[in-house]
Ligand binder design. Structure first.
Ligand code: XMP
Length: 509
């Protein structure tokens, strides 16, 4: 059994980051909602438990809670921000609204504690709280303070329970990673042997056992996630694997030919290419809402998979390249549904396959890229721009029409060409064009125009859970804007999106 840390999510914005940081220290981690039962926690055999931050006030009746039995499991516990306040309250301490709220980096003084091993005692941490622990029960002792927060960290060393008011998971707490490592190694006694290579070997072995002599149909979009999924499956079951690429008409320009060529040249894989543009576009006629578009596309995908499976004879499994952020953002436990990724939220309940296989379901994007490297997938494919399953459907705001699709595809192509020309593509993690549903007034050759608006979006991100917009030099933006308005029909305005995630998401729908 692999060692594992369970991260219990109280709705904090950094829950995924905490899970990431643990994996970077080579211990597997999973996120469970705060409503998880003790049995479920126990069934994971965790080496340690982390209670995350969250926006509730612990003293409110409807604030998120956890059973006090968790403290009797004899498993080390680390509470962060809300998690720390909850622990102190459950042991009889008091939590109050802070007189001096702290947001941002502040100096902190650390006292002796094993969780601070090898860490400079006079340090800096990131605080982000408007409530604070006022008093602790006698079970705990204070192990860190800041100017405005007397109880910045506490411990009950015998019971191996720790609480931190600050955030060790963010880079703005420079000693945060060392602290997390201490929690894993010194407190939880983890051996830290998890890595993507081990994961791959175990995963291929498990896939072999599970699938046996049966056949699998794998949904291939040509993006990183589904490509890695299909190559993993090929290693596990070889000829029993059939990959299907569905051209729904909302793909990048010339995508179908590109996929055909690159897969033929690099992998000996059974590849089915399905042209289904008309079918998808007719389903999307008169559909304006983002979530409805996503659901309809998801349903149509599944229908085609089922039809193709019947043609191929008995196929028990459908494989997909779903990754962890897809699952989380489609609504895990107490996280709210941000958007139904077509491969998660769009799947109908009465699907005809016996089972869906999602080998990457628990991995983050950069972990998937690491797997791709180990599997010798060509760099060209590994470094491709992430492209959402519903494609330009979620980049054509409102109803999808052929005219808008053409605009967004052409504008995107120009954007790609110019960014690649100045080699900014190495620095930008995702960039693309969007066409709005709104028209605006312009003037061309002394005449009034009333045409579409194209938005350019470019972000830098590590895990696609948070992102910052990229400051593309103005002269490059200028060139892109002028090429789009000159070369793409029915566009008279180009705007640049200067919003981070959060509060925006990367895609517009
Ligand atoms: P958001 O818009 O949620 O996007 O900030 C995060 C990352 O996920 C991609 N994305 C999707 N990928 N199916 C996918 O395979 C989808 O339905 C989907 N929606 C968003 C998005 O492009 C970004 O990389």
């Amino acid at each position: 059994m692999n060692e594992k840390i369970v991260v219990i999510d109280f709705g904090g914005q950094y829950s995924q980051l905490i899970a990431r940081r643990i994996r970077e220290n080579h211990v597997y981690s999973i996120i469970l909602p705060h409503s998880v039962s003790l049995n479920e926690i126990n069934s994971q055999y965790p080496s340690g438990i982390i209670l995350t931050g969250g926006a509730d006030d612990v003293w409110e009746n409807d604030s998120k809670k956890i059973s006090s039995e968790i403290f009797n499991l004899n498993i080390p516990i680390l509470g962060i921000c809300y998690g720390a306040q909850l622990i102190s309250k459950m042991f009889g301490g008091s939590v109050v609204r802070s007189k001096n709220k702290e947001f941002g980096q502040v100096p902190i003084t650390l006292l002796n504690s094993e969780i601070f091993n090898n860490i400079e005692k006079s340090n800096i941490c990131l605080m982000s709280h408007s409530n604070e622990i006022e008093t602790l029960s006698s079970n705990f002792k204070i192990i860190a303070s800041t100017k405005n927060c007397k109880i910045a960290a506490f411990e009950n060393f015998d019971k191996k329970i720790f609480g931190l008011q600050f955030h060790p998971e963010v880079v703005h707490t420079p000693f945060g990673n060392e602290l997390i490592k201490n929690f894993l190694v010194v407190i939880c006694k983890c051996k830290c042997e998890w890595n993507t290579k081990n994961f791959l070997e175990t995963c291929i072995k498990n896939l072999k056992e599970k699938i046996g002599k049966k056949k699998v149909l794998c949904a291939l979009s040509g993006g990183l996630d589904s490509t890695v999924t299909s190559i993993m499956l090929q290693k596990a079951i070889g000829e029993q694997l059939y990959c299907i690429f569905i051209d729904h008409g909302m793909m990048r320009k010339n995508e179908k030919d590109y996929i055909k060529k690159i897969f033929k040249n690099n992998f000996k894989i059974n590849l089915i290419i399905k042209d289904a543009e008309e079918r998808f576009l007719s389903k999307l006629r008169n559909v304006f809402q983002a979530e409805e578009k996503r659901k309809k596309i998801g349903e149509e995908f599944i229908k085609i998979f089922e039809e193709e499976a019947i043609k191929l004879g008995e196929i028990d499994f459908l494989a997909q390249g779903t990754i962890y952020p897809d699952v989380i953002e489609s609504g895990l436990g107490n996280s709210s549904i941000i958007k139904s990724h077509h491969n998660v939220g769009g799947i109908p309940k009465n699907i005809k396959f016996k089972e869906i296989i999602e080998p990457l379901k628990m991995l983050f994007k950069d972990e998937v890229r690491e797997l791709g490297n180990i599997l010798n997938i060509p760099k060209e494919l590994l470094l491709r721009q992430p492209f959402p399953g519903p494609g330009f459907a979620v980049r054509s705001i409102g109803e999808i029409t052929k005219e808008k699709l053409n605009i967004v595809k052409e504008a995107n192509k120009i954007f790609e060409e110019e960014i690649q020309k100045c080699e900014l593509n190495i620095k930008i993690n995702q960039y693309f064009a969007i066409v709005l549903d709104t028209k605006s007034v312009g003037v061309m050759g002394d005449c009034r125009t009333y045409e579409y608006v194209v938005v350019l979006r470019a972000v830098k991100t590590l895990d696609f859970m948070t992102a910052t917009w990229v400051k593309i030099p103005h002269e490059i933006l200028d060139k892109i804007s002028s090429r789009i308005t000159n070369e793409v029909d029915h566009v008279n305005r180009v705007v640049y999106d200067i919003t981070c995630k959060p509060p925006a998401t990367i895609e517009w729908e």
